[in-house]
Design a protein around this ligand. Structure first.
Ligand code: GUN
Ligand code: FE
Length: 426
């Protein structure tokens, strides 16, 4: 066995086997064959003795993190103007900023900062919203390709209820642009692929949704959008779509809600029982974005329910609703907000555990990309090397305790190595 995607890493290995099952192996061996995990061992099996081995000493090795929902053009205003709720925030902050990406010079500067930051982060996979602009979206894809991260990027569609300066002129134009974009980008990237991105129901006419659904079938695309994030938004969707039984039904009537169509919906803070049942039936992925839901005063999603019902569930940062790109931070926020929900709203729904938060940020969200987010045999070899030596503790800690502290206390500087599909990013 030769080739640079065949190797062994030695170190303190942590990964999820399931929602509640975090496996930790001190001084274990993690084998990568042809870019896929072959498994983790306490003693290295003899058949792998001939592979190159890197001994990471006391460092920790974990699967790469997945961000199921992030807006690249919003990265430039993260941490600013966090005093509004969703619909006002979109009109006041978001649309004016996204409109700037009509200018490629601006897009180049801003997207380069985004791509550089994502590269250094713990994220190895991400579902990314761009803007309505085709050239800037292609530029973003070029830059993401260079990072080596495995991402899906969507040119945003919006043809109603948007300001004149940031709205596509018609459904026809929106779809024509989208198809030209698809023709341009479907081949040619090793790391980036397109994802259909109707912004959310209030921004998309029925005609646009109908045409997008035809594009979806023609190009077999996955879909990303927003769902049941904020009460005013949900009320607005009811007015706009009187025939829909609930918010998700407005996507579903166009065949853009799971089933054969791989779909991820951000938020799901106020999903009704019917909506939850449909998401479950269709295998729709939920991108839980706790920091955004806090910043925009949206609410707290019923994640305990989603976990107990074994729904497809991962984490999103939702930058700039969320102020940063860290999925470790999203894990902490998922735990924190679930405790507030439990104490203040419903004591029958237990808070999220560390194991569950780690699962959501790795295996849970990774599943949107296939066999991703674990070191079980056959999973794509996405891995991070973590150095907690500058976070000293006066006593020895178990590996699980070290991981927990790392999730709470670390930043990018503590991530010293990163792999996707067996390729070293840094
Ligand atoms: N709903 C529609 N667009 C957006 C967006 O950009 N961010 C968030 N958080 N929700 C949205
Ligand atoms: Fe969002």
């Amino acid at each position: 066995m030769t080739g640079n995607k065949n190797f062994v890493l030695k170190g303190n290995i942590c990964y999820s086997e399931d929602r509640n099952l975090l496996r930790t192996v001190e001084q274990g061996y993690l084998v990568c064959l042809e870019g896929k995990s072959e498994g983790v061992w306490k003693e290295l099996p003899e058949q792998f003795f001939n592979l190159p081995l890197t001994d990471w000493g006391d460092k920790m090795i974990i699967p790469g993190l997945t961000d199921l929902h992030i807006h690249a053009p919003q990265f430039a205003f993260r941490g600013l103007n966090m005093n509004l709720e969703l619909l006002d925030w979109l009109n006041t902050n978001t649309f004016p900023e996204e409109a700037k990406y009509k200018e490629l010079d601006y897009a180049k500067k801003a997207y380069q900062i985004f791509a550089d930051t994502m590269k250094k982060s713990g994220t190895t996979r991400a579902c990314i919203f761009a803007t309505i602009h085709r050239p800037a979206t292609e530029l973003l894809m070029d830059l993401m390709e260079e990072t080596g991260l495995k991402t899906m990027v969507g040119k945003v569609n919006m043809d109603r209820n948007s300001p004149d300066y940031y709205c596509e002129n018609s459904a026809e134009e929106s779809v024509r642009d989208t198809e030209e974009w698809l023709e341009h980008v479907t081949k040619g990237y090793a790391n980036v692929s397109p994802i259909l991105t109707p912004r959310f129901i209030p921004s998309c006419t029925d005609e646009l949704m109908d045409r997008l659904s035809r594009l979806q079938k023609k190009y077999q695309l996955p879909v990303q959008s927003h769902l049941s994030e904020n009460q005013s938004e949900i009320g607005w969707v009811k007015e706009l779509c009187p025939a829909s039984r609930f918010y998700a039904d407005a996507y579903d009537q166009f065949g853009l809600f799971g089933g054969k169509v791989k779909t991820v919906m951000a938020h799901c803070v106020y999903s009704s029982e019917e909506e939850i049942a449909l998401m479950k039936k269709r295998g729709v992925f939920i991108a839980h974005c706790p920091q955004s839901n806090t910043n925009l005063s949206s609410g707290v999603a019923p994640v305990r329910t989603y976990l107990d019902q074994k729904m497809n569930l991962g984490l999103g940062t939702d930058v700039a609703g969320g102020s940063g790109e860290s999925i470790f931070r999203a894990m902490v926020d998922a735990i924190s907000v679930s405790k507030l929900r439990w104490r203040l709203l419903d004591e029958s729904l237990k808070p999220v555990t560390l194991e569950e938060a780690f699962y959501m940020g790795t295996l849970g969200g990774g599943a949107f990309f296939g066999k991703v987010g674990s070191f079980l045999k056959g999973y794509e070899f996405d891995a991070l090397i973590l150095d907690d030596s500058s976070l000293p503790h006066p006593q020895p800690l178990s590996l699980k305790e070290r991981l927990e502290r790392f999730i709470y206390l670390s930043d990018d500087r503590h991530i010293i190595g990163k792999f996707t599909e067996g390729s070293r990013i840094f």
